[in-house]
Write a protein that binds this ligand. Structure first.
Ligand SMILES: Cc1cc2nc3c(=O)[nH]c(=O)nc-3n(C[C@H](O)[C@H](O)[C@H](O)COP(=O)(O)OP(=O)(O)OC[C@H]3O[C@@H](n4cnc5c(N)ncnc54)[C@H](O)[C@@H]3O)c2cc1C
Length: 377
């Protein structure tokens, strides 16, 4: 096949799909609406299910050089006492914390430059017996054998296929920031601290950089406090254990990102004929288990395998969708459930939650995490 697949969207999902197709010798062109790939984004975690795929794509060594391997996950109370700890060893490939921009650079590094076209926003597509024609805001029209919509949570491809449905807001917002190394950080240890209607996470990501995230229950699209984001987060977490206040203090206000926690109910169909979806376009999930990008990376590997195995594009897309639907719905459900419990506000429920979590976390976590992390595409 020669350049006959179109990938719309060059985020982690689109770029992982491009790399997987490239390694398999399948032709494609990727169209991204942004004119250039900026150093945007925050810190993130990549779990063994995704690093296993990235190893097969030949980029794990580069990723290891720009990330911090995770050896332990600690769940804490706001005063710093441990609720539970889970060891992260024992998987074939490591869990990593890193900057999204570094992951993106590692994915696009091996790709020929002429396969990636920036500054092209997809506005619609048309299918016929020969394939699909993608139409861009610039007036460009490109005919291809198949279209992969990797254009994120507000996907144009999904909207044209399945109609407009707003994402579901899950009741809390998330701030993210990056601070330089702070006292009290143990390398390789990531943590989440559970309060009442608030959580704080710490992810050391190598190179002296610490990614943090913070949540609070609030209405959707809540505007920033007049004093600014940093002040608001500091006020919410100023009495929490070390080094939480210091990490917020050490973060540049302009670099603090804020998102609403949102996802979508699993879709009945991901595509039609020679058009399909990948990553957040198909299955956005809340960030509680750090698996959104990991699912997109799994999608990329599965889609490529299906294309190599099936007799045609439509059959391959159908087989890919059938394989991925259950897995992504399961992980999305787990993430939503953990987020809902983590955001409980009632004092008695919070005490009960912490007590039960301390008793059962290591056992249930082992089973639950294995189901997610040991998965092989
Ligand atoms: C607070 C937060 C924390 C997270 N933490 C983690 C984590 O630790 N680990 C993890 O695995 N995941 C995490 N995620 C989820 C992860 O960020 C997403 O699942 C992942 O980035 C989805 O990648 P994607 O390529 O599918 O979509 P996107 O990253 O949204 O990329 C879509 C791309 O398509 C482009 N595009 C959009 N529309 C068009 C168009 N019409 N034409 C052309 N191009 C278009 C966009 O510019 C963009 O480049 C987190 C998410 C949030 C909100």
């Amino acid at each position: 096949m020669d350049r006959n697949l179109i990938i719309a969207g060059g985020g982690i999902g689109g770029m992982a799909a491009a790399l997987a197709l490239y390694r398999a010798g399948l032709g494609f062109s990727l169209y991204e609406r942004a004119p250039a790939f900026a150093e945007v984004g925050a810190g993130m975690s990549l779990w063994p299910n995704a690093t296993r795929v990235l190893k097969t794509l030949g980029v794990l060594d580069q990723l290891m050089a720009v990330s911090e391997p995770v050896s332990q996950f600690n769940l804490l109370r706001p005063d710093g006492r441990m609720i539970s700890a889970i060891g992260m060893g024992g998987y074939a490939t490591p869990a990593l914390c890193l900057h999204r921009a570094d992951l993106h650079r590692c994915l696009r590094g091996p790709l020929p430059a002429d396969c990636i076209v920036g500054g092209q926003r997809l506005i619609s597509f048309a299918q016929d017996a020969d394939g699909v024609t993608a139409k861009f805001a610039s007036g460009l029209e490109v005919a291809a054998a198949g279209l992969i919509g990797a254009d994120g949570i507000n996907s144009i491809v999904r909207t044209q296929l399945l109609g407009t449905v707003s994402p579901a807001y899950r009741g809390y917002c998330i701030w993210r920031g990056i601070a330089s190394d702070s006292e009290g950080i143990v390398r390789g240890h990531i943590s989440e601290t559970w309060g009442a209607g608030q959580r704080f996470g710490i992810l050391p990501m190598g190179g002296g950089r610490i990614c943090w995230y913070a949540t609070r229950n609030c209405p959707p699209s809540r505007p920033d406090a007049p004093e600014g984001r940093k002040h608001e987060v500091l006020q919410l977490f100023k009495d929490w254990h070390r080094p939480i206040p210091a990490l917020i203090e050490a973060t540049d206000e302009s670099m603090i990102m804020k998102n609403d926690a949102q996802d979508r109910q699993p879709l009945g169909r991901w595509g039609r004929g020679c058009v399909t979806l990948l990553g957040d376009a198909a299955h956005p999930i809340t960030p509680n288990v750090g698996q959104g990008a990991c699912m997109a990376i799994e999608d990329a590997a599965c889609l490529t395998k299906s294309l190599l195995a099936a007799p045609g594009i439509a059959a391959a897309f159908y087989s890919y969708e059938a394989k991925r639907k259950r897995r992504t719905a399961y992980v999305g459900r787990q993430s939503r459930r953990i987020g809902a419990i983590g955001q409980w506000e009632n004092r008695w429920m919070v005490s009960g939650r912490n007590f039960v979590t301390r008793l059962v976390l290591s056992h249930t976590a082992e089973m639950g995490l294995n189901a997610v992390y040991a998965y092989e595409v």
